[in-house]
Design a protein around this ligand. Structure first.
Ligand code: FRU
Length: 488
C-alpha cells in the first residue's frame, strides 16, 4: 500500500498577497506614514543587509489603494558613526513650511524619528524631504530632543493640533508617554507625561499615536492614545493597548482605568496612523507590524522576514456606556474580492451540527452572520489542511469571549503555538458578524464590525484548504456565510 506523501511547503509559499512584505531582508514597525497626491507612503524599520533585526534604516513602499504596493529604495539612512540608527517615528506634511526646511515650492515632509547610537543612547531627530518622500535628509540641528537620562526614550509621532495651532509630539519614556509641543517642528517644549497609573505596564511602552475620533452614533469626539507594549501583551509578548480620553493640546486625560486592547492577537504591533487624510473626513487609517518580539527573528520565512497588517480604519463605538475603538478592515479591501462562494445559505443550526465549505482559497475573505434567541451558542470555525494542521476559532457568546487555537497550526518553534484569548464585545444582543482574512502566513479576525480583533501569524506546511463551521452548543436560529477568493 502506498502512503500519501504531501510535498512540504517552500518558504516562498508563505509570501502574503494582500499584506505588504519587502522583497528581502528584515522589516518591523511601520514608520512615517503620510498620504499625499493620491499616494500612500509606507516607511518601515528595515535591515538592508540581513533577515534578522539590526542596522535600522527606513525602507519605503508606496500604494495608490493600500492593496498594491511598490517597494522603493531606502528613504532614511542609519548614521552609525553619528547620532545612530534610524529607529521608529512618524512623518507630517508641513503644509505652511513652519519648519523652514522646504524648498519654497512644495511643502516639505518632516520625519520625526529616534536615533539610537552605538552606545544605545536614544535621542529624537528630524529629517526632511523635498522630493515627495523619496529621500529624507537629516536636519543639521539634530537632536531636536536630547536624552534626559532615560534608556528607552523613543518613537516620536507628530500631529497638527488645530485648536492650539501647534505641533504635538508623543513619544515613550520607559513605560510612560510624554508630550512635547512646537510651532516649527525643530524646537520642542516638554508639555506633560501620561500613564503612571493607567493601563498595562508589563513591559516598555513603544510607538505611541494620538488622534481624535468622533463616534458616528453619539456625535461626540474623544482623543485616543495608542501605545504598543512589549512584553506584557494579553497573550504574551507584544501587543497594542489604547486609552480613550481628552487632550487639550498639552495634557492627555484618560476617562477609564481598565486596560483596553486594540487587537487581542499576538501579531499586531507598533501600529500608527497616516498623516494627510485629515482633510478628507478625519480618517485614521492604521497599519501595524504583523509579528511579535517573542519570535519575530526566528519565523521560518528566512530570506524575507516580517509583513504589515491589513490597513484598518479606526472607529469610536459606544458599548454599554463605554467608548471603545473598533478596527474596521479598510473599505478598499472590497476591491480585492474575486469569485464569491455561497458557503452557508441562511439556515438553522443546532448543537453538534457542522457545515463544511468546498475548497478554501489560499487568500480568502470569510464572512459569517449569526443570530440566536434562546440558547446562547458556542461556535467553532476551523481552517485546516491535509497535514492535519489547523487554526480553530471559538466564540463563546454566553461567556463574552473568543479564542484562536494555533497550537496545531504548523510551524511551532520559539513558543509560537498557543491559545489566544480575546474579549468579545457587541453592540446588539442576539446577533454577531465575523470577517476573516486569510493570506498564506496570517489570519485576521474581525468580530462585530471590528470591536474584537485577533491578528495571528501562521506557518502551515500547506495552505489551509478546508473550512468547517460547527455548533458546539446552543442553537443558531440563523447562520449565513460566504467566502470570497481574494487571489488575483
Ligand atoms: C518597536 C521598536 C521601537 C523601536 C524599533 C526598533 O517594535 O522596538 O520601539 O523604535 O522597534 O527597530
Amino acid at each position: 500500500m502506498t502512503s500519501l506523501t504531501i510535498p512540504s511547503h517552500p518558504a516562498k509559499a508563505w509570501r502574503p498577497k494582500l499584506h505588504y512584505s519587502a522583497r528581502a531582508n528584515w522589516i518591523n514597525d511601520p514608520n512615517g506614514l503620510f498620504y499625499k497626491d493620491g499616494i500612500y507612503h509606507l516607511y518601515y524599520q528595515m535591515n538592508p543587509d540581513d533577515s534578522v533585526w539590526g542596522n535600522m534604516h527606513w525602507g519605503h513602499a508606496i500604494s495608490p489603494d493600500l492593496l498594491h504596493w511598490e517597494e522603493l529604495p531606502i528613504a532614511l539612512d542609519a548614521e552609525p558613526d553619528g547620532l545612530g540608527y534610524a529607529f521608529s517615528g512618524g512623518a507630517v506634511i508641513d503644509w505652511n513650511n513652519t519648519s523652514g526646511l522646504g524648498d519654497g515650492v512644495n511643502p516639505p515632509i518632516i520625519a520625526t524619528f529616534t536615533q539610537h547610537s552605538k552606545e544605545a543612547v536614544q535621542v529624537q531627530s528630524i529629517a526632511y524631504s523635498t522630493d515627495g518622500g523619496q529621500r529624507f535628509v537629516t536636519y543639521a540641528g539634530n537632536p531636536v530632543i536630547a536624552n534626559p537620562g532615560i534608556k528607552d526614550f523613543r518613537d516620536p509621532k507628530v500631529i497638527w493640533h488645530a485648536p492650539t495651532e501647534s505641533w504635538v509630539l508623543a513619544l515613550v519614556a520607559g513605560d510612560r508617554a510624554q508630550f512635547y509641543v512646537s510651532t516649527n517642528l525643530r524646537e520642542w517644549t516638554f508639555a506633560s507625561e501620561f500613564g503612571a497609573s493607567n493601563g498595562a505596564h508589563g513591559g516598555v511602552w513603544e510607538c505611541p499615536d494620538l488622534f481624535p475620533l468622533t463616534c458616528a452614533d453619539t456625535g461626540e469626539t474623544r482623543w485616543i492614545l495608542t501605545i504598543s507594549i512589549n512584553p506584557g501583551g494579553p497573550n504574551g509578548g507584544s501587543a497594542m493597548q489604547y486609552f480613550v480620553g481628552q487632550f487639550d493640546g498639552l495634557v492627555f486625560t484618560a476617562e477609564h482605568t481598565d486596560t483596553r486592547w486594540l487587537d487581542f492577537g499576538t501579531d499586531f504591533y507598533a501600529g500608527i496612523t497616516w498623516d494627510g487624510l485629515q482633510s478628507s473626513g478625519d480618517e485614521r487609517i492604521m497599519i501595524a507590524w504583523m509579528s511579535n518580539w517573542q519570535y519575530a527573528n526566528k519565523t521560518p520565512t528566512e530570506s524575507w522576514r516580517g509583513a504589515m497588517s491589513l490597513p484598518r480604519r479606526m472607529a469610536l463605538r459606544e458599548v454599554a456606556g463605554q467608548y471603545r475603538v473598533a478596527s474596521e478592515p479598510h473599505a478598499n479591501l472590497i476591491q480585492a474580492r474575486q469569485e464569491k462562494h455561497e458557503w452557508v445559505t441562511p439556515r438553522r443550526l443546532i448543537a453538534g451540527e457542522a457545515v463544511s465549505a468546498g475548497k478554501l482559497p489560499a487568500v480568502a475573505e470569510i464572512l459569517l452572520t449569526l443570530q440566536w434567541s434562546a440558547e446562547t451558542p458556542v461556535i467553532e470555525l476551523q481552517l485546516g489542511n491535509l497535514h492535519g494542521e489547523a487554526l480553530t476559532l471559538v466564540l463563546d457568546i454566553g461567556q463574552g469571549s473568543m479564542s484562536l487555537d494555533r497550537r496545531q497550526s504548523g510551524w511551532d518553534d520559539e513558543g509560537f503555538g498557543r491559545l489566544i484569548n480575546a474579549e468579545l464585545y457587541s453592540l446588539e444582543e442576539g446577533s454577531a458578524n465575523l470577517r476573516l482574512f486569510l493570506d498564506h502566513c496570517s489570519l485576521e479576525v474581525f468580530v462585530n464590525d471590528g470591536l474584537s480583533c485577533i491578528t495571528s501569524c501562521c506557518f502551515p506546511q500547506a495552505p489551509y484548504s478546508q473550512l468547517q463551521l460547527q455548533l458546539r452548543s446552543g442553537v443558531l436560529d440563523s447562520v449565513a456565510a460566504h467566502v470570497f477568493n481574494l487571489e488575483h
